[in-house]
Design a protein. Structure first.
Length: 404
């Protein structure tokens, strides 16, 4: 009888871990926090940055755009070029790039140099974002991978709820340069954290790369990518110019509080998504689009009421906070079925940042032509095809059945 039990005992150590590696996932979440805050920090600092750099607020808003362009242009080729790298080495390289770029941004008084530093930060983001969701999935048991991604992506609402308001406050009390230097200090600390506590994983074996065009033919991938592109575009049009939008409402002094409320609602959203995503990916995605749409409608029609503006911001945060987790998970699930999860994630990162860049440019054009009051109406128009595609992708992409 003893010999019959040996195969069972020898197979036990090979089973995947049943608990989430929280310290490692929190390090990834901090990396997401730094990448998100680096990207969006200018949104709360536009007036001060504009004055010091000697350019218009619309031109300063392009510091968000050029960051996104850096990511969009390099995410796919750099992800392919570094696919064989060990994951920890790649993550450390990407975060070191953030430390360097934020330092240059902080000390630069020249618009051209600032834009170059922001482009480099975007390149580092392309490496990091294509890596992080897959990294979180690989270090976690299969049945907890959705929660693992939710923990990693929690860095986004934390950046919005704490980072951007704190950066805006520092910009008012001290200077916007100090805010970027603080980012450098956080990144240096994170490098030590990653080196000490994040487990390493091998890269993709050479010769096993999935062609990008083949990835687009995997059922469900294209709808997820379309939703990502247009949903992020809609969000970015308003978020990049939130300080300017509030100024037009006579609420310029409330920018940091509005961002705090938005971020707090986003934190609640990502908690809800993390708890339910394994069973309700489709319902949560539909709900996210509808919440952002209702928020845009309130801002379009009732922006003269500060109370309703804050109500709209809460709904906006509740809809948007969990969106990165939902879209990353949907892309990973769809790509897994065709053996193209990494390629799908790289394409999502690219389109995400194309949308960020497009939102900055489009928002700047709208601001110059018709003013900031056009932003909520623009969001409403963009969300119509987003909702239709999510509803149509019932079999693949955003499936109606529970995820197994």
């Amino acid at each position: 009888m003893r010999t019959e039990t040996r195969p069972t005992t020898t197979s036990t150590p090979a089973a995947p871990p049943q608990k989430l590696p929280l310290l490692a996932l929190l390090a990834l979440s901090t990396a997401v926090f730094i990448t998100s805050l680096t990207e969006t920090l200018p949104a709360g600092l536009l007036p001060a940055m504009s004055a010091d750099l000697g350019v218009s607020e619309s031109a300063t808003g392009q510091t968000v755009t050029v960051y996104a362009i850096g990511t969009a242009l390099t995410a796919i080729p750099l992800t392919a070029a570094t696919s064989a790298w060990r994951r920890k080495r790649l993550l450390l390289t990407a975060m070191a790039g953030f430390a360097a770029a934020n330092t240059v941004t902080a000390v630069s008084g020249d618009y051209t140099l600032t834009m170059a530093a922001r482009f480099v930060a975007g390149v580092a983001a392309g490496l990091a974002w294509a890596l992080l969701a897959g990294y979180a999935r690989r270090m976690s048991p299969a049945h907890l991978q959705g929660k693992a991604i939710a923990i990693a992506m929690a860095g986004i609402p934390v950046a919005l709820s704490l980072g951007v308001p704190a950066g805006t406050f520092l910009g008012k009390v001290l200077s916007w340069q100090v805010a970027f230097l603080v980012m450098t200090g956080l990144t240096v600390g994170l490098l030590a954290w990653i080196a000490a506590l994040v487990p390493d994983h091998p890269g993709q074996p050479r010769g096993e790369k999935t062609p990008m065009l083949s990835t687009l033919r995997v059922p469900g991938v294209s709808p997820v990518l379309f939703v990502t592109l247009v949903f992020v575009l809609a969000h970015t049009v308003l978020y990049t110019y939130i300080a300017t939008f509030l100024d037009g409402l006579g609420m310029a002094d409330s920018t940091d509080l509005v961002l705090l409320v938005f971020g707090a609602a986003s934190l609640a959203s990502i908690w809800i998504v993390g708890a339910l995503i394994h069973r309700e990916l489709r319902a949560l995605t539909v709900g996210a689009v509808l919440l952002v749409g209702v928020a845009a409608a309130l801002l379009a029609v009732f922006s003269s009421s500060p109370v309703l503006v804050y109500a709209a911001v809460i709904l906006w945060g509740l809809g948007w906070g969990g969106a990165p987790t939902l879209l990353q998970t949907a892309a990973g699930d769809a790509g897994d079925k065709g053996g193209a999860a990494d390629a799908a994630q790289a394409m999502l990162v690219t389109l995400w940042n194309v949308a960020m860049a497009g939102g900055g440019v489009f928002g700047g054009v709208l601001l110059g032509l018709v003013g900031s009051s056009s932003f909520p109406w623009t969001i409403l128009l963009l969300l119509i095809p987003v909702l239709l595609v999510v509803l149509a992708a019932r079999a693949h992409g955003f499936p109606a059945r529970n995820r197994s």
